[in-house]
Design a protein around this ligand. Structure first.
Ligand SMILES: O=P(O)(O)OC[C@H]1O[C@H](O)[C@H](O)[C@@H](O)[C@@H]1O
Length: 296
C-alpha cells in the first residue's frame, strides 16, 4: 500500500524500525516486524500504513496523498487536535480545520520492541508558532504499539499554569474491500447527522454504507465492529477517553471534490474515528488526559 512512495533507508533505528525518506527527503518511520508492517510520517505523527503479516492492510492511504510536510495527509490516522472540525470562534479566523497537530512536525521519542510488537512514541510540545494559534503550554505524546493489532494512545499533558480544554480525533481511515460488503455494529443508538443540519437521529443496529455519511455517534458502545465480507474479517475497534465515534465517507461527489483522493477512493475506505466532539475535556495544570483506540 505504500510501495508507490519509493522510500529508501536513511538510518536503522532498531532491529525492526528504520528512518526512511522519499525522493523529496520527506522523513518516514518504517516498521517491518515479524508480526506487522507499518509506517508513520514525522509530519503529524501520522500512521499511514498498518498491515498485520499475512493479512490485508487495515489502514487506508489515498494513492494521491500529498507528502510535503505542510498539507494534512489524506488517509492513515490524522491526529485532529486540539480541536475537531472548525475551531472555536474565540480563537479567531483562518485557523486550520481539525487543529494544527496533523500539520506540524513531531519529534521521534522512544522505540522498544520484542517478539510480539514494536512500541514507538512521538512528541509535540508548544512553540511560539503553536502558541500563536492556541495559547497554551502542552506536551502531546502519541504512543503506538504495532503488532498483530495496532493501539494508538494520545496523551495530552498540560505543562502550563492554567487549565486547558481540548477536542480531538484519531481520524482512522480503515481499508475496506467494498462499501456493499461492509457494515458497522456497536455505534450506539443515536447520532448527529452532519449532512442533515446536525439533526439528532436514531441509528440502525448495523450501519450499511450506501451513500455519503458524516455522523457523530454520541453514545458509542465499548466495541465498534467493522464487518467486511470481501476480506472475510471483522475488525474490533475499542477506544477510551472519547465521547463520540465519527463515521465518515465522502462518497462519489465528495471524492471527486478532493484533489488528494482518487475519484474511486471512497470505494475502499471508511473512517471510524475515536473522537472528543461534545464537551471539551479540561486538563488542569500538570495533569494529563488520554484518548486511545485499538484495532484488532
Ligand atoms: O478533509 P478533512 O479536513 O481531512 O476532513 C475530513 C472529514 O473529517 C471528519 O470525518 C469530519 O466529520 C468530516 O466533516 C470531514 O469532511
Amino acid at each position: 500500500m505504500i510501495d508507490h512512495l519509493k522510500l529508501t533507508t536513511k538510518q536503522p533505528l532498531s532491529p525492526s524500525v528504520q528512518l526512511m525518506t522519499d525522493a523529496n527527503q520527506v522523513e518516514f518511520i518504517s516498521i517491518a516486524h515479524p508480526n506487522a508492517q507499518a509506517c508513520f510520517t514525522l509530519h503529524g505523527a501520522h500512521l499511514i500504513h498498518f498491515q498485520p503479516t499475512g493479512k490485508a492492510p487495515i489502514i487506508w492511504l489515498s494513492k494521491t496523498a500529498v507528502f510535503d510536510n505542510n498539507k494534512a495527509i489524506r488517509g492513515g490516522v490524522p491526529i485532529c487536535w486540539p480541536w475537531f472540525g472548525a475551531p472555536a470562534a474565540e480563537l479567531g479566523n483562518g485557523l486550520p480545520s481539525h487543529g494544527f497537530a496533523r500539520n506540524t512536525q513531531w519529534q521521534l521519542g522512544d522505540i522498544s520492541e520484542d517478539e510480539s510488537a514494536v512500541t514507538i512514541s512521538f512528541k509535540l510540545v508548544d512553540t511560539p508558532a503553536t502558541q500563536a494559534l492556541w495559547p497554551h503550554s502542552f506536551e502531546l505524546t502519541l504512543t503506538a504499539t504495532i503488532g498483530d493489532s495496532v493501539q494508538l494512545s494520545l496523551t495530552t499533558k498540560n505543562t502550563g499554569n492554567e487549565s486547558l480544554t481540548y477536542l480531538a480525533a484519531l481520524h482512522t481511515y480503515l481499508n475496506i474491500s467494498a462499501p456493499e460488503k461492509t457494515s458497522v455494529a456497536g455505534l450506539g443508538p443515536t447520532y448527529v447527522d452532519s449532512l442533515d443540519n446536525k439533526c439528532m437521529k436514531n441509528g440502525a443496529e448495523k450501519l450499511s454504507i450506501a451513500g455519503p455519511i458524516d455522523s457523530l455517534y454520541i453514545e458509542p458502545t465499548d466495541k465498534v465492529t467493522l464487518m467486511d465480507s470481501g476480506y472475510d474479517r471483522e475488525l474490533a475497534i475499542q477506544s477510551s477517553g472519547h465521547d463520540t465515534i465519527v463515521t465518515w465517507t465522502p462518497w462519489v461527489e465528495g471524492a471527486r471534490g478532493m484533489a488528494d483522493m482518487p475519484d474511486d477512493g471512497y470505494q475502499t475506505m471508511l473512517c471510524l474515528e475515536a473522537a472528543i466532539t461534545g464537551t471539551a475535556v479540561e486538563v488542569a495544570p500538570g495533569q494529563t488526559h488520554i484518548l486511545s483506540t485499538s484495532i484488532t
